[in-house]
Design a protein around this ligand. Structure first.
Ligand code: NI
Length: 279
């Protein structure tokens, strides 16, 4: 598979816009049985981190394991083989504005997935708890939003395991999903994920909310590019994204989509394997 480097955040993770600068990532779908299905596109921002990733083969098959405790009981799941499912994901929280997003999702009966930063869970533990209590899934997005391609396995392990501990303390739920900052994956990252029991979740639809910071563009991009089985990348920390949410949700609902969490969309996932959409 080919992986494309992306620039780091311009601000610190706790700055007003810092950790939200998740760049565009190519859609990469990996399954143990087949090569990547799509060709990555060139990202719009040319600068690169200092350490480019090695080109890596598709992830190897992880050993089978029982469904994770974080997954809902099978009987409660939406059947995405029959329904037109889509998974909205919100990165880089929790934040002082999480409540606005959670209120909106609650009003519209939408379940989503939040990929949170450990240091922000420490800062906003009640917001993290409410995400879980409202029926959303809370995944790991590292502790400080570093570029994983610049870190060794020990440093990545520290970032990830401290975040899992913070989430589990705040929510009481087991963490089974990791979205690496900037979508930066390689063999080292997947090895850490395998060891820590985390499936890697990327995305198939980048709203580019982080780049445009434009409500109308965010709405139109999501509505135009939506496909059944898509995982949609959004950032709760941007006001333009929060303002876009009603039109995104109402527009997708009008097109017949059912909103599900990532575990509901994908079904059983394997640690150390990367997913960007429902197959
Ligand atoms: Ni991020």
């Amino acid at each position: 598979m080919i992986e494309t480097t992306e620039p780091p955040d311009t601000g610190g993770p706790l700055s007003a816009t810092g950790a939200g600068q998740t760049p565009s990532m190519p859609v990469i779908t990996i399954s143990p049985a087949s090569p990547p299905a799509s060709t990555p596109s060139t990202p719009s921002i040319p600068s690169t981190p200092s350490t480019p990733p090695a080109t890596t083969p598709p992830a190897t098959t992880a050993p089978p394991s029982a469904p994770a405790a974080g997954e809902p009981p099978a009987a409660d799941r939406v059947d995405c083989a029959k329904k037109k499912c889509i998974a909205l994901t919100f990165d880089d929280g929790p934040s002082a504005k999480s409540g606005e997003v959670l209120d909106l999702l609650k009003d519209r009966g939408v379940k989503a997935t939040f990929f949170v930063l450990g240091e922000r869970v420490k800062q906003y533990p009640k917001a993290a708890r409410r995400m879980a209590e409202d029926g959303h899934v809370v995944g790991n997005h590292s502790y400080t939003h570093p570029t994983f391609w610049s870190l060794d396995a020990a440093a990545i392990t520290s970032e990830v395991s401290r975040t899992t501990a913070a989430i589990e303390k705040a929510t009481g739920r087991q963490v089974t999903l990791l979205r690496p900052p900037y979508g930066e994956s390689n063999d080292t990252v997947r090895g850490v994920e395998r060891t820590l029991g985390l499936a890697q979740i990327l995305w198939s639809l980048d709203s580019r909310d982080w780049a445009t910071l434009d409500t109308d563009k965010t709405v139109s991009r999501v509505l135009k590019q939506a496909k059944p089985g898509a995982i949609v990348l959004l950032h709760e920390i941007h006001a333009s994204t929060r303002a876009a949410l009603p039109a995104i949700i109402d527009g997708l609902a009008k097109k017949g989509y059912t909103f599900v969490t990532v575990p509901d969309l994908l079904g059983h996932t394997k640690p150390g394997v990367s997913y960007s959409q429902r197959k």
